[in-house]
Design a protein around this ligand. Structure first.
Ligand code: SAH
Ligand code: SF4
Ligand code: F3S
Length: 473
């Protein structure tokens, strides 16, 4: 038997085989239609999804699609999120619009992937009521997108491929970066924490860390390619490396990354307070590259609620971490995530949350209304808080958070800071927009030639959530 035309079993070789095949199919279709084929990737959810989308876009480009932001395209893929109910509702809403486009363009292919697809009820619903979707896959097999793409291009049936979990990490597939000068880098996948409200561990599977040398090699490659800032990504970066054959701590990983020549800035997301070590704070305090920004999700300020949330820290332990960070890393910006209306939350519990907000004085905070996620322990807890009570607490929290972040931002006015220029300002002609180490945004006069450069800027005026500045040559 001639086996030379059979796909290899090994990864990533297997995907490279399918990439070539997909390229031929796209080229043939394009010749038939007498025009290039277009593809649109739409991302919902967190930075991890954004990074995954760069992998999808990389493959679509590699096989010959022309990227477009217009969803009236030949191939549209939604990388979905299911962390809160409204994320799901948005996807269903927009699928209706895509159906309209598909009626006009019968060659159109619609694909869905990401966290929402890991829920059986979602896939059932799609199978019943959204027959026009061509391809559905999940979070664990995204590395085989090229292979799934070939199946879809060769078939008119709805293709569904969902894995329950995986321990596989496939390296070295093509990626199309959104920004030339900064990039996300996955350091781990999945989550083992099972906070009682959260669906992520169910849809992203168990925690797996990448080998440090794979991470370093990827960052070195990015730097050669012009990247000056990396964002290390994981659901709980503080527990990085614990399960590797040769365990490595997150603090040790950071020290290794710091040594990479040409890399200017290091960010990371997200940190779970229960695993935040003194070592990490020490490494941050002496680092020249780690940005002075720490995102430390609080979720609730009530130790009683934190316990039911299965967060495994108390209000006092959290406050102590925040104190240490502010003390040992001067000028650090602290940001957080807070959930309002977790089952059983009383006004007293909520006051504890407000108390932490006032004590820590966050530079900014994302506030969420608790959303019931089927399959999580919290979904079946009694005492779900009535909607109007939650809404009222949410408004009070938001007001407090916003007032404090405005006051906090004022403390940097007048300073001279290094800024990574990210883009030409879309609203103000002749201006560019950049980011400080502490993640604040500043607008100042400049042109496209500055994008990707780190320049010195004086922060002339604070306008609440951003600064107006001027460049210092
Ligand atoms: N791994 C990160 C969080 C990822 S989800 C961490 O542990 O910090 C991002 C944020 O969404 C969470 O911090 C939480 O505030 C919020 N979130 C998660 N599940 C939620 C739910 N069921 N309802 C409302 N907000 C939720
Ligand atoms: Fe969800 Fe908790 Fe894991 Fe974060 S640490 S992803 S909140 S289960
Ligand atoms: Fe959403 Fe999945 Fe991220 S559920 S928040 S996209 S890990």
């Amino acid at each position: 038997m001639d086996t030379s035309s059979l796909p290899p079993v090994q990864e990533p070789e297997r995907q490279y085989y399918f990439l070539k095949k997909a390229k031929e199919l796209v080229q043939a279709k394009s010749e038939e239609l007498g025009r290039p084929l277009t593809a649109c990737t739409t991302t919902f959810g967190c930075q991890m999804n954004a990074r995954d989308s760069e992998k999808l876009a990389g493959i679509l480009r590699e096989v010959g699609y022309v990227e477009t932001e217009n969803e009236e395209a030949d191939f549209v893929i939604y990388n979905t999120c299911t962390v809160r109910e409204n994320a799901n509702l948005r996807v269903y809403g927009r699928l209706g619009v895509l159906h309209g486009y598909k009626k006009k363009n019968p060659h159109m292919k619609i694909a869905l992937c990401g966290c929402m697809m890991q829920e059986a009820t979602v896939v059932d619903k799609l199978q019943k009521s959204y027959r026009f979707v061509d391809l559905i896959f999940g979070t664990h097999n995204i590395f085989k997108f090229a292979e799934l793409l070939v199946s879809t291009l060769e078939s008119d049936r709805m293709i569904i491929d969902i894995w329950k979990d995986t321990n596989q990490i496939v390296e070295d597939l093509p990626i199309e970066r959104k920004y030339a000068f900064k990039s996300g880098v996955n350091i781990m996948f999945g989550c083992n924490n099972f906070c009682s409200y959260c669906i992520v561990p169910y849809v992203r599977g168990r925690e797996r860390s990448r080998e440090p040398q794979d991470i370093i090699r990827e960052i070195e490659g990015l730097v050669k390619d012009g990247v000056v800032e990396v964002m290390l990504l994981g659901q709980n970066v503080n527990s990085y490396g614990k399960n590797l054959e040769q365990p490595v701590t997150f603090a040790e990983l950071l020290e290794e990354i710091e040594k990479i020549e040409g890399l200017e800035r290091i960010r990371f997301m997200t940190s779970h307070p229960k695993d935040l070590s003194d070592d990490l704070i020490r490494v941050m305090a002496k680092s020249k590259k780690i940005c002075k920004h720490f995102h430390l999700p609080l979720q609730s300020g009530s130790s009683r609620i934190l316990k039911i949330m299965n967060r495994r820290y108390t209000k006092e332990q959290y406050l102590e971490l925040a104190r240490k960070l502010r003390e040992q890393v001067p000028d650090i910006a602290l940001t957080t995530d807070i959930i309002v209306g977790f089952p059983g939350e009383t006004e007293e519990d909520f006051q504890e949350t407000l108390d932490v907000v006032r004590k820590v004085r966050y530079d900014s905070a994302f506030t969420f209304i608790y959303s019931k996620r089927t399959g999580t322990p919290a979904a079946v807890m009694e005492d779900q808080v009535p909607e109007e009570v939650v809404k009222d607490r949410f408004d009070r929290l938001l007001k407090e958070v916003q007032e404090i972040s405005k006051e906090m931002a004022e403390r940097f006015t007048g300073r001279e800071e290094l800024v990574l220029v990210e883009e030409v300002n879309g609203q103000m002609e002749g201006y560019v927009t950049g980011r400080l180490s502490n993640n604040h945004v500043v607008h100042f006069q400049g042109d496209a030639s500055l994008v990707g450069q780190i320049v010195k800027v004086r922060l002339d005026e604070c306008r609440g959530f951003y600064y107006m500045g001027s460049r210092i040559e």
